[in-house]
Design a protein. Structure first.
Lengths: 341, 409
């Protein structure tokens, strides 16, 4: 009920929104500049993606996407207000205007793109659904999970994929559905379920939180495609473009070898690709209604994609996730951003 | 001095239509019985207009933002599993079916909760007034503890306390080879009646009818002569057990037990009571019982001392004094606040979503809302259900209250 309260409140806002004049196409950028911060919807706490530390400072891959948007639009990556949301609350919060961007490990699907009044701006992390089991069960494959109790977070694509997978393989299961990823992990830890299922990246993140992380293993099967990315409201193409290209700037930054460390030195570069990304030549910021340094600031203040990946979920983090699919397209992965031209 | 000609002229002139209307309106306005009606009419009109505006505005906004509306989603395939369902359900059923599953699960936990909370609440409330010092103190401690801790915390406490105390399925507590208790729940054998069910059911109904008849006769006799039929309870028991047993025996009905058995990870077969239901029921029962106990105490204390003393001086035992004299008079004080507690319990059951019990809020306003994105429709339907449940409970309790109040002499 506590959680639904937020949904109900958001619905009230939706009902009363007609009091304000109908939102014009460029409303979000203007309102962000007026407020002085980007309102960013994140998870209620998922290590590596969006997680507050003991001082209330948020960090993670999803968090850095929002910081990039703030760096581009407000010239300061720190000007972000993080709004923690459960999976159930996230879309209503965005629809009602409580947040400007939803960056909360959210899977891009047809239903969500087409019937929620929302637009996905790209993919910030290629994920897939997996299973984590207690080591002492001795399970080696997801095909051996017939009859298992499975802990799962409510309102996710995982809930549907799970049902599909077990149906397709003629197996039975018992879903134990929790509200937050945290209570899902607690339920698994307490032994309520044999299996915890979620996106693989989350499994690694949640495993860190178990009382004995070594007691659980992640099974090799990946049963779905989960392209995760930032989401904005439909009908504001300017804001849609800003978020889309903020993400593209970080990916192109990695491709061109621009890092937060070397970017100022690279201003003198003769490489036309680098010069275009830094806003010295080429399309610059005018088309997005931003200044010409917007992309330079993103890489300077937040970093390129490799930097944010490694420090949040990769080798420099406790999660130790490989780049895998999330390596650049020319390095064995499928990460690919449209060119700055 | 007045001008008589002018006056007579005015009196003779026909008043214009407008003038008449104004006069009539003025008269109505001054009419003490019409004016309040008019004002109330205007207020009702304004409220209706506001409602229409809000609905229109919401629909416009939803359309403007490209959000789907309508109730078509109810017939689409749901595609997700639900752990506990009182009606047949699997992934291929529709979203509309998940609505039904959610309602039934909410009703199940609310109904059981109301039953057990009433039972426990009455016991504790009476115990609190007991002349036994230890019993009265223990009841006070129970009430003060559970009344003053937030319900959500209690739910979490019982859930994780229950889970922590139970073994893994492979080391289940077992009673014989039929009942098992472990982390996945309580597994009971499920009776399956294969044939001859109808005559047995009918004989049960006949037996209950006869027993009620006997009870009525017994009461009549006692009121008339002061003495009941001796051994009446025994006759009633014999009727209730004997008739169905005889019919069972001669109709050749056979009962097969579907006993749960460990297969793979978990037990299969039988009836499973999931720990979420147990924990939620425990928390709701204890929390509400603490409040009901206070309601019961207040009701009992509202009965004048003289009533008790009079009953005692007639030679009634303390137990009889309570059940025959005090409680019936206390009921009319107890019922209205008791109704409130029932309503609270039904609404509090929506906290189930925190521990994964599949109630209406968790299944329908949770998963279904999120998978379809139709928040306005789903929340409206959910609210309507809680409203209906609450109004029905109120209605039943009001009817009961009227009956209790009429008994007053």
């Amino acid at each position: 009920m506590l959680k639904s309260l937020k949904t109900v409140a958001a619905l009230g806002a939706l009902a009363a929104a007609g009091l304000a004049p109908v939102a014009s196409a460029s409303a979000t950028l203007e309102s962000v500049k007026e407020k002085g911060y980007v309102a960013c919807g994140v998870s209620t706490g998922l290590p590596g993606f969006s997680n507050p530390d003991d001082k209330g400072q948020w960090s993670g891959l999803d968090v850095d996407v929002c910081r990039a948007v703030a760096a581009a639009t407000l010239k300061d990556a720190g000007k972000v207000k993080f709004v923690p949301l459960t999976a159930k609350e996230r879309f209503t919060a965005l629809q009602s205007g409580e947040i400007d961007v939803l960056s909360r490990n959210t899977t891009w699907t047809l239903t969500r793109d087409a019937s929620l009044g929302l637009n996905f701006t790209g993919v910030s992390y290629y994920d897939g659904q997996g299973f984590m089991v207690k080591k002492d069960l001795g399970v080696k494959s997801a095909k051996e999970l017939d009859g298992a109790s499975i802990c799962i977070q409510s309102g996710t694509t995982s809930e549907l994929n799970l049902a599909d997978y077990f149906r397709a393989n003629n197996m039975e299961y018992q879903p134990v559905v929790f509200d937050t990823s945290d209570s899902t992990a607690k339920g698994f830890d307490a032994g309520r379920c044999d299996v915890l299922t979620s996106d693989q990246s989350q499994l690694y993140a949640l495993r860190v939180r178990l009382s004995k992380p070594d007691s659980a293993v992640v099974l090799p099967e990946v049963i779905s495609k989960e392209p995760l990315g930032p989401v904005v409201r439909q009908g504001d193409d300017q804001w849609f473009n800003i978020v889309k290209w903020s993400l593209a700037a970080m990916i192109n930054g990695e491709e061109l070898g621009l890092t937060s460390g070397n970017i100022n030195a690279q201003k003198a570069s003769a490489d036309p690709n680098v010069r275009r990304l830094l806003g010295i030549d080429g399309p610059k910021g005018k088309g997005l209604a931003l200044d010409d340094d917007w992309s330079l600031r993103i890489i300077e203040q937040v970093g390129n994609y490799e930097e944010i990946f490694e420090r949040n979920v990769g080798a420099e983090s406790p999660l130790q996730i490989d780049r895998g699919l999330n390596a650049l397209w020319n390095e064995g992965g499928i990460l690919y951003a449209p060119p700055f031209r | 001095m007045s001008d008589p000609e002018h006056v007579s002229h005015k009196r003779n002139a026909k008043p214009s239509f407008l003038e008449n209307m104004l006069k009539e309106m003025l008269r109505l306005w001054r009419d003490a019985s019409f004016r309040p009606l008019l004002m109330q009419g205007i207020v009702v009109l304004l409220v209706v207009m506001l409602g229409v505006w809000v609905i229109n505005n919401t629909m416009n906004n939803l359309e403007h933002r490209g959000i789907s509306t309508g109730f078509d989603f109810l017939s689409q395939e749901a595609g997700f599993g639900i752990i506990q369902s009182l009606v047949a359900y699997d992934e291929s059923h529709s979203y509309g079916r998940t609505f039904v599953v959610g309602i039934l699960n909410t009703l199940l936990v609310s109904g059981l909760g109301i039953f057990f909370a009433t039972l426990l609440g009455f016991l504790v409330g009476v115990a609190r007034l007991s002349s036994n010092w230890l019993l009265a103190r223990m009841a006070s401690v129970f009430i003060e503890t559970f009344r003053n801790i937030p319900l959500l915390l209690q739910i979490f406490f019982w859930y994780f306390a229950v889970l922590a105390a139970l073994p893994h399925p492979r080391q289940s507590y077992a009673l014989g080879d039929t009942i098992f208790l472990n982390l996945r729940g309580l597994f009971l054998p499920k009776p399956i009646i294969e044939q001859g069910l109808l005559p047995v059911l009918v004989s049960c109904l006949v037996a209950i009818g006869l027993a009620l008849l006997l009870r009525a006769r017994n009461r009549q006799r006692r009121v008339a002569t002061g003495k009941g039929i001796s051994g009446a309870p025994w006759y009633m028991a014999a009727l209730l057990i004997g008739i169905p047993a005889l019919v069972w025996h001669f109709s050749g009905a056979s009962l097969v037990l579907d006993t749960p058995a460990l297969k793979g990870f978990n037990f299969r077969g039988g009836i499973a009571i999931i720990p979420e239901l147990g924990a939620l029921l425990l928390a709701l029962t204890i929390y509400t019982a603490a409040f009901i106990a206070e309601v019961v105490r207040a009701g009992i204390e509202s009965v004048q001392k003289g009533q008790k003393e009079a009953a005692a001086s007639l030679g009634l035992k303390p137990g009889k004094v309570l059940t025959l004299v005090v409680i019936p008079q206390a009921m009319k004080v107890i019922i209205p606040p008791l109704t409130n507690q029932y309503l609270n319990l039904a609404k509090n059951s929506s906290l189930a979503t925190a521990i994964g019990y599949p109630d209406l809020v968790s299944v329908f306003a949770g998963t279904t809302l999120n998978q379809t994105g139709q928040a306005v429709e789903v929340i409206a339907m959910t609210m309507a259900v809680y409203l209906t449940i609450s109004l029905s409970v109120s209605l039943l309790m009001n009817i009961y209250n009227r009956r209790v109040a009429l008994i007053e002499r």
